[in-house]
Design a protein around this ligand. Structure first.
Ligand code: OAD
Length: 240
């Protein structure tokens, strides 16, 4: 199959919990992160939901409230400015809506969204709930319990094909604040083109994805520098 042409106007920004850390939201795997001292499968798997839905609802009700109170930071805002000159797709593993509130208009949530609830019997029944909690007994129009609109371990991620088609055409790819440890989405970066300018930004990473430059530091410091360069039509390699 022939590959699509690279489009100089297209930028894919791939984000994880680290971009929202400086907005006060905990990451998952850093020291003191959400998964420290927490059995992931109890709150983020269909088995955990079957065992104790009340516990799962309470976990995500807290996350939803925290996310609603957080504000977009300089990194989210800088990503949004790229739309002044480029066609940008933000592919985020985050379940908060800080990219949207910063002004990004094309945001793909591959792991779901806190501010939606969905039916347990029909995954096409999705309801906006803002910052409101979901309680046991809250039901969809088919009478079945509502659950968080979150992708749990073992469930299919959302919109992967849309993200893959875009990254294949992107001339610039920026990955920010992700440990790249959760598959299949971490494998998306392998689809970036050899000729594209590719950057991964985080204080620490275990393994740099092939062909990417690693910028070591915090999102609010480095993302605005990178986006300024791109808005000026420049590469960012020399900043290292
Ligand atoms: P992780 O907690 O695994 O990784 C967060 C990354 O952000 C780490 O590489 C940190 O070094 C980096 N980081 C921390 N502070 C930062 C800052 N101020 N600026 C830039 N980077 C910073 O979070 P994710 O990779 O997003 O899935 O986790 C992926 C998935 O694992 C989540 O979507 C979630 C979780 O299980 C589900 O719940 C389905």
């Amino acid at each position: 199959m022939t590959k699509p042409n690279i489009d100089n106007k297209k930028i894919l920004v791939f984000t994880g919990a680290g971009i929202s850390a400086e907005s006060g939201l905990q990451t998952f795997r850093d020291g003191g992160g959400l998964w420290e001292g927490c059995d992931v499968m109890e709150v983020a798997s269909p088995g955990g939901w079957a065992k104790d839905p009340g516990h799962v609802l309470s976990f995500y009700n807290s996350r939803r409230m925290e996310a609603a109170q957080a504000q977009p930071n300089a990194a989210h805002l800088a990503v949004a400015t790229l739309e002044k000159k480029y066609e940008v797709m933000v592919v985020t593993q985050n379940v908060d809506d800080l990219h949207e509130r910063a002004g990004s208009t094309r945001v793909i949530h591959v792991h779901g969204q806190l501010n939606f609830a969905r039916s347990c019997v029909d995954e096409t029944l999705i309801y906006p709930i803002g910052d409101k909690p979901i309680h046991l007994g809250d039901v969809c129009e088919k009478g079945s319990q509502l659950r968080p609109h979150i992708v749990w371990f073992g469930e299919k991620i959302h919109h992967y094909d849309v993200a893959r088609d875009f990254i294949c055409q992107a001339s610039r790819v920026l990955a920010v604040g992700t440990s790249l440890s959760v598959y299949p989405i971490a494998g998306l970066l392998k689809k970036a083109r050899g000729r594209a300018e590719k950057i991964v930004l985080a204080p620490d990473i275990e393994k740099k994805p092939y062909g990417f430059n690693w910028f070591r530091g915090k999102a609010t410091h480095l993302v605005p520098i990178i986006t300024e360069r791109w808005l000026s039509g420049l590469r960012v390699d020399q900043l290292k």
